[in-house]
Write a protein that binds this ligand. Structure first.
Ligand code: AMP
Ligand code: ZN
Length: 482
């Protein structure tokens, strides 16, 4: 079977066929850089990375664009509140975003354009002029320019919404708006004194700045062509953002903008929508700092990656600390397995035939991923192999050496898809004698239910950069490198 994807455009699962054989041109809606990205955002970006990695593993050459929105309502308001030039303000968050990508082992896209890049800005201006000439856009009294949804009969089709005739003349200038308000949206926002020094100027448009929806259309057309293969993003973007992208682009080119649209469902934390008021809103950085998340632990970024990755993108992901804990254990299991395979395989080099257990596991993995990237089933194939191979190693079967060799081989290729840094040696940092004693004393205190003493010892260890994790198999520790 070849790859099939659930396509939001047709609402069907379809065979994935690219425009140019062997090449995928794909676009992922990136972050708005007015803050640190949160774990919900990373659910989507890890999903985009999984898609990218699996396409490459399947033999495609991938050309990916992920934008950085560096001018919109919130950015202007926040940079002004902090008294910073908006360019300085967005650069700080862009840098942090790229650091976070590295932390989660998310590959960089081929292009990371920003809305304020001169060629993107020019492309947006060109599109607005084109849309006005074709009668799809008009200038309102305040000088802002809007896309007129009544001029395009397909408006609403992609998002499956009926556009009420009554609302067709209404306008919305905000960058974000809800489904109930399908109406004319801003392509160009005329400058107002509140915007301060943030503006661009074109003879046909006047002084102002682009609306948020337009940048993804302009970047798609600029870097991927008039029609490209695949467009990804979080489900919240389906309407209005993606509907508007389609309207703008297709009215300019007269061609279908994108063949396949795939969305990831939102992430919830402990069963609830993530929000600052509920105290369950976490940036990636919060998860790495024991002071900043409710579990009081510094989590391994790869455990976070696994927790974000392991649920199918079409299903809502409930992110819990219990689950993160089990992801950390699963990861440890994989590291332990690779270590064991290395020891058993020794100097074994490419034995004649592939081991049937590994052949079956690889088939199962591929089959699951080909079925709309069914990652949970694919991971089940990985762990089934671990279990089955371990049984054979325990029984010292004759073929253990060859099996270990092929397990390492398949794990290496799975690692290119999963990106869990499975082959990186974990820092085996030694504990001092004193730290060792604290650890033992803590374990004894817990057994005696002396919680205050156990917590005191945990804090002493934490001060030395040692995080203690309680698992059903007893306490484990992690030490941050120097
Ligand atoms: P933003 O920075 O808000 O423009 O969002 C960047 C990306 O993260 C978009 O693709 C959003 O759809 C996605 N996103 C935002 N919140 C969540 C969430 N809770 N779960 C999953 N994806 C999200
Ligand atoms: Zn977008």
């Amino acid at each position: 079977m070849a790859l099939e994807l659930f396509n939001a455009r047709t609402r069907e699962r379809e065979a994935f066929e690219t425009i140019e054989p062997g090449k995928v041109k794909m676009y992922c809606c990136g972050p708005t850089i007015h803050d640190y990205a949160h774990i919900g955002n990373f659910r989507t970006f890890v999903f985009c990375d999984l898609m990218r990695r699996y396409l490459k593993y399947s033999g495609y050459q991938v050309y990916q664009v992920t934008n950085l929105t560096d001018v919109e309502d919130k950015i202007i308001a926040k940079s002004q509140a902090e008294g910073k030039d908006f360019k300085v303000f967005t650069k700080e968050y862009a840098d942090k975003f790229f650091e976070d990508l590295q932390t989660l082992n998310i590959e960089n896209s081929e292009v990371h354009p920003r809305a304020t890049d001169p060629d993107v800005m020019d492309k947006m201006a060109e599109m607005i002029v084109d849309l006005m000439e074709k009668g799809h856009a008009y200038k309102a009294d305040d000088g802002s320019i809007y896309f007129s949804i009544k001029t395009w009969e397909d408006y609403g089709k992609f998002a499956r919404i009926e556009v009420e005739d009554l609302r067709k003349g209404e306008r919305v200038k905000d960058d974000e708006y809800e489904k109930g308000s399908a109406c004319d949206f801003a392509l160009w926002k005329a400058w107002t004194p509140a915007d301060g020094p943030v503006f661009w100027e074109y003879p046909e448009l006047g002084k102002g700045r682009p609306g948020w929806h337009l940048e993804c259309s302009a970047m798609g057309l600029l870097y991927l062509g008039e029609t490209f293969d695949l467009h990804l993003g979080g489900i919240d973007l389906l309407f209005p953002h993606h509907q508007n992208e389609i309207a703008q682009s297709e009215c300019c080119t007269g061609k279908r903008f994108v063949n396949y649209w795939v969305h990831s469902q939102h992430l919830q934390v402990e069963g609830e929508k993530m929000s600052k008021s509920l105290g369950n809103f976490y940036t990636l950085r919060d998860m790495l700092d024991p002071e900043k998340n409710a579990s009081g632990k510094a989590w391994d970024p790869m455990a976070i990656r696994l927790a974000l990755l392991k649920v199918h993108h079409g299903a809502r992901l409930n992110f819990t600390f219990d689950d993160l804990h089990s992801s950390a254990q699963n990861l440890e299991r994989l590291h332990g397995f690779i270590k064991r395979c290395r020891e058993i395989a020794g100097d074994c080099k490419a034995p004649e035939a592939k081991h049937p257990l590994v052949v079956k596991a690889r088939q199962d993995f591929n089959k699951a991923m080909d079925a709309d990237l069914n990652i949970s089933l694919a991971l089940a194939a990985v762990f089934t192999l671990v279990t089955e191979a371990n049984k054979r190693f325990d029984a010292s079967e004759n073929d253990s050496k060859e099996l270990a060799y092929w397990c390492l081989e398949v794990m290496t290729s799975w690692e290119t898809v999963l990106g869990l840094r499975l082959f990186e040696e974990k820092d085996e940092l030694e504990l001092t004698e004193e730290e060792q004693q604290w650890l033992e004393a803590r374990s004894a205190a817990r057994s005696a239910k002396e919680w205050a003493e156990a917590d005191r010892l945990r804090d002493l260890l934490l001060d030395r950069g040692i995080t203690v994790i309680d698992t059903p198999d007893g306490q484990k520790w992690e030490k941050k490198g120097p």
